[in-house]
Write a protein that binds this ligand. Structure first.
Ligand code: NAP
Length: 293
């Protein structure tokens, strides 16, 4: 069993840290809003720290799942950042979805301090975090990854090292590029069916078992048809992720025409007040475009 610290007990981090405790890893948690950390400790046991540095003291592994590039920099390098509290040889594992650039910057800083660093963004959403069934895409030195992998198994369905520092984040970008186009296609098909007078659920039962089937189709078609979006992976987070994809594509010269378009559609959803809606809300935009309803 390892001594672990977990920074960021949001939708994803709270259950992920819970799986570490359930496996018997000895843990300290930190959350910017203290009440969430106290609620976590009341449920799972373990210690609460009031700064990332204090949480990291004595830990062999420090996991983080915060918001964006700046948030990650803050919990790592800020005045009370985790790097300041970690002992030499400890490994920082970042589950936040961030740019490959900030990953490489922090990984280099970690190496300078004698620390390991693994970028390990996740896919599988809130349900995957709660069920301990996440896909984890990793980058970093082989030795750091080899040490972290048995601990990450607490909440992984699959966990793989895909290359050096930043490779995990590049894989997560590929994941988000796939999802963006796929969700727009699904939204268009379901809206097409509505206008054509088809029973969307009955159609999905058939086509989900053929070449059009996808996780999004199976798990999201019913709520899309009902117009329910108050759950899941928020549009605001998706725009952060697509922004990272589009900036990276620009740097490396990769065309992302459909992703760029869907990003603008999500901007429309934000303007409709849907920033916290699930990403399947692209169908709400199509309905709103239609004066006939
Ligand atoms: P969330 O519920 O909003 O939680 C974010 C967590 O980060 C909170 O604990 C928050 O603290 C903390 N935080 C944010 N900025 C901070 C800062 N500057 N300093 C310290 N703590 C800070 O978000 P989430 O849904 O768990 O997502 C977290 C990350 O995972 C994001 O990068 C997201 O893109 C990624 N992700 C999410 C999903 C999903 O389905 N939700 C799936 C895959 C990946 P407070 O409690 O104080 O606000």
């Amino acid at each position: 069993m390892a001594r672990v610290a977990f920074l960021g007990l949001g939708v994803m981090g709270f259950p992920m840290a819970g799986h570490l405790a359930a496996k018997g890893h000895e843990g300290t948690v930190y959350n910017r809003t203290l009440a969430k950390a106290e609620a976590w400790a009341a449920r799972h046991g373990g210690r609460v720290a009031t700064t990332p540095a204090a949480a990291a003291e004595g830990a062999e592994f420090v996991m983080a799942c915060v918001g964006n590039d700046d948030d990650l920099r803050q919990v790592c390098k800020g005045a009370e950042g985790a790097f300041g509290g970690m002992r030499k040889g400890a490994v920082f594992v970042d589950h936040t979805t961030v740019s490959a650039a900030v990953t490489r910057e922090l990984s280099a800083e970690a190496r300078r301090l004698g620390l390991g660093f693994v970028d390990a963004p996740v896919s599988g959403g809130q349900a995957g975090a709660e069920n301990g069934q996440l896909s984890i895409m990793c980058g970093g030195a082989e030795a750091d990854y080899a040490r972290a992998e048995p601990v990450l198994a607490a909440y992984a369905r699959i966990c793989r090292r895909l290359g050096e520092s930043g490779a995990g984040q590049l894989a997560k970008m590929m994941n988000q590029i796939c999802i963006a186009g796929l969700l727009q296609g699904l939204a268009e098909a379901l809206r097409f069916g509505e206008k054509a007078g088809m029973d969307g659920k009955a159609v999905v039962e058939v086509i989900s078992q053929g070449a059009a089937g996808s996780w999004q189709m199976v798990n999201r078609h019913a709520t899309m048809l009902e117009g329910r979006f108050d759950f899941g992976f928020a549009v605001d987070w998706m725009r952060k992720d697509l922004g990272i994809c589009l900036r990276t594509a620009d740097e490396i010269g990769a065309p992302l025409p459909v992703t760029a378009l869907v990003d603008q559609f999500y901007k429309d959803v934000q303007a409709m007040g849907g920033g916290r809606w699930d990403t399947s809300s692209l169908i709400a935009r199509l309905r709103a475009l239609d004066p006939a309803g």
